[in-house]
Design a binder for this molecule. Sequence first.
Ligand code: FMN
Length: 184
Amino acid sequence: MDAIEAITRRVSVPVLSGPDVTDEQIQLLVSAALRAADHAWLRPSRYLLVRGEALAQLGDVFASTLESGERTDDAVARMKSLPLRAPLIMVSVCRVIEHPKVPRDEQLLSTGAGVQNLLNVAHAIGLGAIWRTGAITQHPLVRAAFGLTEQDVIVGFIYVGTPAGKLKEPPELNPSDFVTDWKS
Ligand SMILES: Cc1cc2nc3c(=O)[nH]c(=O)nc-3n(C[C@H](O)[C@H](O)[C@H](O)COP(=O)(O)O)c2cc1C
């Protein structure tokens, strides 16, 4: 697929199925992510891959974050099922470092830009993907399960797989509505 078409027509795909995303495809997605703009080339982005049996294990971690008052059978089952919505979750992590010229926000933006590159390339090669977050990204039990340190920020859970149905149509936005000529 043409790069411009991939970028301008990409849509998120919430319902994903197998087959497994191949190691070659994952390498390509990460290569795309690593080409994001990156002030001072700090390389703040890391990806943790959750696939195979690890998906159910992550579901157990998600379920363990429920407070005792909210731990109904339905809630536990729902939490356990969340990671099973795709054959692969790429956990995007920004490892923020102290830098005299590159503040924390810029490092987070770089990792986020990398995620967008990844989504675009997934679309271009016929995969589907969706960027998800939620309160769970900051939960201490989730962070501990991934072995994160204080420097690490989970920027997103990127669910990747094969689109299970027809892709939605991207919304028609008029670029002019978002652009103004500035004059002093
Ligand atoms: C930082 C970030 C976090 C997001 N978190 C969620 C989420 O937790 N759940 C969700 O359904 N969509 C989430 N989204 C939105 C979807 O990824 C997607 O962008 C949105 O549904 C619009 O669809 P589109 O990308 O096809 O335009 C998030 C997007 C961003 C940028």
